[in-house]
Design a protein around this ligand. Structure first.
Ligand code: DOR
Ligand code: ZN
Length: 421
């Protein structure tokens, strides 16, 4: 196993840091034969943790594999990802979860935590063996891509969350109110573009129901990818009541607005949809004030075939891991709304703490697992979707001039990505 000494970097608080890596850990002194990495002008941060990644394997390997998706993670500065359950087969058993974790270990690019589905086959009818999967180490359950519409089932899932200490992560979308064809934000652009509207209330009404079920049961609700001002208000209200609720915003909902749909480019079709400027402002304010706890990428690769055809029928989803920090810097740091310690909070420390991912999100001190990222705080570049580790090309940032911060990522003491090699 290689050893490294990183010289010249600074911490998120601006303090000079000299870091020594050996045997997968941060150590107090330079190891014999360690490779020296010059990092003047760079910041060293704990590796990022993504609570919301679609790795597509098994079942959709043309779109992404565990290996290609975690290579994207490393390129984006992530050292751990939670792999959503909407694969084929769905991750609804201990054996399937174990298989995904094993694929993650074999790839070796980042820690892969399998997310179990809440319901068998994502069908919304019968609960998955949540207790059994929790006992086997699964920390989060989600039917993401689908909303658990049945309130009684959701109550039972949150009850199990309270008993077993796991997270129930909801894709908050009333599938009756936002029908199967919902494609664009109803409040800002749908009618103008002749697209079927996705009403804002289809999100926040589900969150309002679920936070009350979390209060009723004592379970932990995680609201995935929240996108509206009303959802922010509901989460704020629930937190004020002491409900165990956490919330996430995606990099794309922070940076990109619904005007990107004007050219009817299916790259910009995503669920929930890109919203208007007032919603985006509410999301940014809520991330800065802690109402929204974490960035979750919702990295959702789709092969070209799934994105072909008319807007109404193309699959929703966009890539997110590689430009996640770029989006956060552009919207939150370069605008003065957050500092680097806040970036560490929302991309590393909080997601690690919420999920109990040990060895992740910690301080960069001797004894800790060497999960870290070196970032260039000023570098910018035009995004080129071809320069990606993903098997897919549905990158909504393609052609934009954005921060290009990721210099190197170390996962468990080995170099999982380097711009220099
Ligand atoms: O746009 C989306 N794509 N939203 C989701 O919730 C699921 C994801 C997917 O799996 O493609
Ligand atoms: Zn979702």
């Amino acid at each position: 196993m290689s050893s490294y000494t990183i010289k010249g970097a600074r911490s998120s608080q601006g303090e000079p840091l000299e870091l020594h890596i050996a045997d997968g850990h941060l150590v107090a002194e330079m190891a014999p034969g360690a490779e020296v990495i010059e990092a003047d002008g760079l910041l060293a941060l704990p590796g990022f943790v993504d609570m919301h990644t679609h790795l597509r394997e098994p079942g959709f390997e043309a779109s992404e594999t565990v290996a290609s998706g975690t290579a994207c993670a490393a390129r984006g500065g992530f050292t751990a990802v939670f792999a959503m359950a909407n694969t084929d087969p769905v991750t609804d058993s201990v054996a399937r979860a174990a298989h995904i974790a094993a694929l993650g270990r074999a790839a070796g690019n980042a820690e892969v935590f399998p997310v179990g589905s809440i319901t068998i086959g994502l069908a919304g009818e019968r609960l998955s063996p949540i207790a059994e999967m929790a006992a086997a180490g699964v920390r989060m359950f989600s039917d993401d891509g689908r909303c658990v519409m049945n309130s009684a089932l959701m109550r039972e899932a949150l009850q199990l969350s309270a008993v077993h200490g796991v997270i129930i992560a909801q894709h908050s979308q009333d599938h009756v109110l936002a029908g199967p064809e919902a494609a664009a934000d109803e409040r800002s652009v749908a009618a103008d573009l002749g697209l079927t509207g996705w009403p804002w209330a289809a999100e926040s009404t589900i969150i309002a129901r679920d936070v009350q079920l979390a209060e009723l049961t004592g379970g932990h609700l995680h609201a995935c990818h929240i996108t509206t001002a009303e959802s922010v208000e509901v989460v704020r209200w629930a937190k004020a009541r002491g409900v165990q609720v956490t919330a996430e915003v995606t990099p794309h909902h922070l940076l990109l607005d619904s005007q990107h749909l004007r050219a009817l480019d299916t790259t910009f079709k995503v669920n929930p949809p890109l919203r208007g400027s007032e919603d985006i402002e509410a999301l940014r304010a809520a991330l800065a004030d802690g109402t929204i706890d974490v960035i979750g990428t919702d990295h959702a690769p789709h092969d070209p075939a799934a994105k072909q055809g008319d807007f109404a029928h193309a699959k929703p989803g966009m890539l997110g891991l590689e430009q996640a920090l770029a989006s956060v810097l552009e919207t939150m740091v370069n605008t003065g709304r957050m500092g680097w310690t806040d970036v560490v909070r929302v991309m590393s420390a909080m997601p690690a703490r919420i999920t109990g991912a040990s060895g992740q999100g910690g301080a960069l001190r001797p004894g800790e697992v060497a999960n870290l990222v070196l970032v260039d705080p000023v570098r910018r570049a035009r995004v080129d979707r071809e320069r990606s580790s993903s098997a897919s090309r549905n990158n909504p940032y393609h052609g934009l001039e954005l921060p290009d911060p990721i210099e190197m990522t170390f996962y468990s003491g080995h170099l999982s990505y380097s711009r220099r090699s």
